[in-house]
Each structure stands twice: as structure tokens, then as C-alpha cells.
Design a binder for this molecule. Structure first.
Ligand SMILES: Cc1ncc(COP(=O)(O)O)c(C=O)c1O
Length: 417
């Protein structure tokens, strides 16, 4: 069934449709002109404004020197903290900028200085790099690692989580909002309630949710939230940011104080002011930061509630359409309501499906179990095709995508017969 028919069927051409100006989004997104782009969970398409801002800055560096160019945009750089705080519902001094979500997680986990006697609790939705970090903490540093089982709908089992918290008061929860391997949305606010009830530290990986889901860190109740710039926020690669709750920041012991955040005040002394940016490093690609700031502003201007419902609705329609195609299995868990859709085609490796789609100018990506062993590996799935929706996806994108998957599955069935 085509996307248009699904829209008609539902009878509720959504409010989000009215609020998101898809044509305007496409007009300012060059990447939509030649491709049907469904890989925003990999890296969202940046707008022309974001790209021009970065190029302009590089020209300033070329003409006047990189430090001098940075001084010229000092106000814009400061504004990134203001806008990131607005996006997450926190204060400006609770934001730090990094080059990757993985770096944001690393500086926090380094500063926790975990060792024997400490417990980290993690869900099955954990991302590969964080899972490997936690396994390293377990194997090398003697930290106890407790993986929480899933509830039947695929979300982290809150009963099992609470049992783990009771067994290890003061543990660190390393949670995920939306994983890399499905459209699952974890119950992040409920996790926050449990964290507070049991005095746990709560670190939330929101790499796949910031930019697609309206986020309020105070309502979630996390101590740290980690985000990346290049995915649903549509910023450049090599950009990321953290929220670090003010009271929590004071308990951290940064592993490697940097000139960015600390002042070497005497032979053996240094001073580190209490602000999340003390976790940053001095060096950064300033053009990338300019692009990140512009992307955050565009997301705020577009409005996160409207963005969230538009993306969720598009993904739901893809799931419904794919579920009707013979030989195609939607492998998202029942609690998948985010803008990521995962599926397999009988008899074909996900990599080959994605390749076939790319040949038809449709961009998706294959996610192997090695990116999510606690999820895909545990479910016995060796790889999935991952598609992700954004505000620049229009009717023609959805129709082309659904037709192509139908065609690929049909051809495969014919070949297997
Ligand atoms: C859920 C999740 N967490 C963390 C990361 C890592 O983000 P980064 O590549 O910015 O370090 C990813 C990347 O795909 C991810 O999907």
C-alpha cells in the first residue's frame, strides 16, 4: 500500500502535517533533490543555512586566521549553549560541547572513577561503544555490570531495574532513549523516578532522540544526557553536546582537566570552575560548532513537538506498509514509536537489501548485530535494514520507498521459487 493510501485510510491527516512545512524543509535541503533519504539516524541531511554558516566560517579562517575568526563569532559560539539548553530544558552552564556522543559519555564515565565495589546497570538497548566501555569497566576495573532484561514490549523491564537498584544502592544507570537498532522508545522518565528513589546516578544516551523527540531533562530526571549533532538534529559530523546537572557536576572528578575548563594557577595547583564546559577540550572544529548552533536553532524554530509527531507518524506508516509486504518482516519491538524502522527481507542479507535500495536512490543502512549484541544479537538477528524518517521526507519519498521494498521482496521471492 502506498503512503498516500495509508494517509487516506487513517482518515486523520495529522496536525503535525499542517505544522511541518515539508516543502519548505525540502527547499532548504539540497540532499532531497536527487535521493529519497531515509538515513537520518545515521546522519541527517543538513540544511543550506547550516552548510553556508560553516563554509562562511571556513572562509573567515582562510582569510584572517583561525583564532581571529573564532573571536569574530564569539557571540555565536556562546549562543550554542543557550540554544542547546533551550532544546533540553536546562541551564546554559549545564551544557558542554564535544566531538561525539561517545566522547560525551567517556568524559562523564572517566570522571565517575568507577572501580571494584561499584555497579553499572545497563539496558539491552545499549549502543556498541558504550556496551564495550561497560564491559571493559567490568573486565579491567572490577566494576559489577548488570544488564537489565526487557519487558514483553521490548522496553527495559522496570521491575528488574528496580530489583537491581535495590541490590546495589548508589549504582550508575547507563540508559538509552532510542537505540541504534530499532525505533524503541525507552521509558526514560520512569527510569528517572527509580533512579531518584534509589539514589542512583542516571546517565542517558539520547544520541538517537535529540532532534526527533521533544526532550525536557528536568522531567526525565537524568543527571547527564548525551547528544550528537549529526543525526536527527541535522548538524555536522564531529559535533555533540552533554547536559550535566549542576549539582551532579560537583561530584565528578574529571580525569584529565584541560586548559579549556581549568586554570593552572600555581606550580601544583589548578582551579576548575563548576560549569559543564569544564569537561570540554580546548581544541574544536569551530566551523562545525557554528553548524551545530545553526542546526539547533532551526530545530527550535521548527518546533520539537511538531517535529516529533511528524517523524513518529511517518515511521508508523512505514511499519504498517512494510508489514503488509510478503516476505518482509518489521523487526521493531512493540514499543517502537520513534522515527527509526527496522526490517528484514526473507532470504536476503540486510546489507544487500540496503544496496538494492541505494541503486534505486533510496538511502537506508544495514545495522549488524555487532552494533547491538545485547539487542539484535540476543534476538538472534544478524542484521536489519534501518530506515529513519525526517521532516524533509515527502509523499514521493514514502511511495518510492514502499514500492522499492515491495519490488525487492517480490524479486527475491521469484528467485527463491
Ligand atoms: C544510540 C547511540 N548511542 C551512541 C552513538 C554514538 O554516537 P557518536 O557516533 O556521536 O559517538 C550512536 C551512534 O550511532 C547511537 O546510535
Amino acid at each position: 500500500m502506498a503512503f498516500g493510501e495509508l494517509l487516506a485510510d487513517s482518515g486523520d491527516r495529522s496536525a503535525a502535517d499542517a505544522v511541518i512545512d515539508v516543502a519548505a524543509e525540502r527547499a532548504r535541503t539540497l540532499g532531497t533533490r536527487t535521493r529519497h533519504y531515509f538515513n537520518s539516524a545515521g546522519a541527517g541531511l543538513a540544511s543550506s543555512g547550516v552548510m553556508s554558516g560553516m563554509i562562511d566560517h571556513l572562509r573567515k579562517e582562510e582569510q584572517g586566521g583561525a583564532y581571529e575568526a573564532a573571536a569574530l563569532v564569539a557571540d555565536d559560539l556562546n549562543a550554542i549553549y543557550v540554544h542547546a539548553a533551550q532544546l533540553l530544558g536546562c541551564d546554559t552552564d549545564e551544557i558542554s560541547l564535544h566531538d561525539a556522543a561517545t566522547t560525551g559519555l567517556r568524559v562523564v564515565f572517566d570522571a565517575l572513577r568507577l572501580g571494584a565495589g561499584d555497579t553499572v546497570i545497563a539496558p539491552r538497548s545499549s549502543y556498541v561503544s558504550q556496551a564495550l566501555r561497560l564491559l571493559t569497566l567490568e573486565k579491567v576495573d572490577g566494576v559489577t555490570l548488570r544488564i537489565i532484561e526487557n519487558a514483553p514490549d521490548g522496553t527495559v523491564d522496570l521491575v528488574d531495574l528496580e530489583a537491581a537498584l535495590i541490590a546495589a544502592p548508589g549504582a550508575v544507570i547507563s540508559a538509552v532513549h532510542v537505540p541504534t537498532s530499532s525505533g524503541l522508545v525507552e521509558p526514560v522518565a520512569e527510569i528517572g523516578v527509580l533512579a531518584q528513589r534509589h539514589g542512583a546516578v542516571y546517565v542517558l544516551d539520547a544520541t538517537q532522540s535529540v532532534g526527533q523527540i521533544d526532550i525536557d531533562v528536568r522531567a526525565i530526571g537524568c543527571d547527564v544526557l548525551v547528544a550528537t549533532g549529526r543525526k536527527f538534529l541535522r548538524g555536522p559530523r564531529g559535533t555533540a553536546f552533554n547536559y550535566v546537572r549542576r549539582g551532579f557536576l560537583e561530584t565528578l572528578k574529571p580525569w584529565a582537566p584541560d586548559v579549556r575548563g581549568s586554570e593552572w594557577s600555581g606550580e601544583t595547583e589548578w582551579v576548575t570552575p563548576v560549569a559543564a564546559r569544564s569537561l570540554e577540550t580546548w581544541e574544536a572544529a569551530i566551523a562545525g560548532r557554528i553548524g551545530l548552533g545553526l542546526a539547533i536553532r532551526e530545530a527550535l524554530e521548527r518546533g520539537m513537538p511538531a517535529t516529533e509527531s511528524f517523524i513518529a507518524e511517518g515511521a508508523a506508516r512505514l511499519r504498517a506498509a512494510f508489514a503488509e509486504i510478503d516476505g518482509v518482516t518489521v523487526v521493531d519491538p512493540p514499543a517502537a514509536t520513534a522515527g527509526i524502522v527496522t526490517f528484514t527481507v526473507d532470504g536476503m542479507h540486510a546489507r544487500d537489501v540496503s544496496k538494492e535500495l541505494r541503486a534505486r536512490r533510496i538511502d537506508t543502512i544495514a545495522i549488524p548485530a555487532s552494533h547491538a549484541q545485547w539487542d539484535l544479537g540476543a534476538r538472534g538477528i544478524d542484521a536489519v535494514v534501518r530506515a529513519s524518517v525526517h521532516v524533509y521526507n515527502d509523499q514521493s519519498d514514502f511511495d518510492a520507498f514502499i514500492d522499492a521494498v515491495t519490488d525487492i521482496a517480490e524479486t527475491q521471492r521469484g528467485a527463491a521459487a
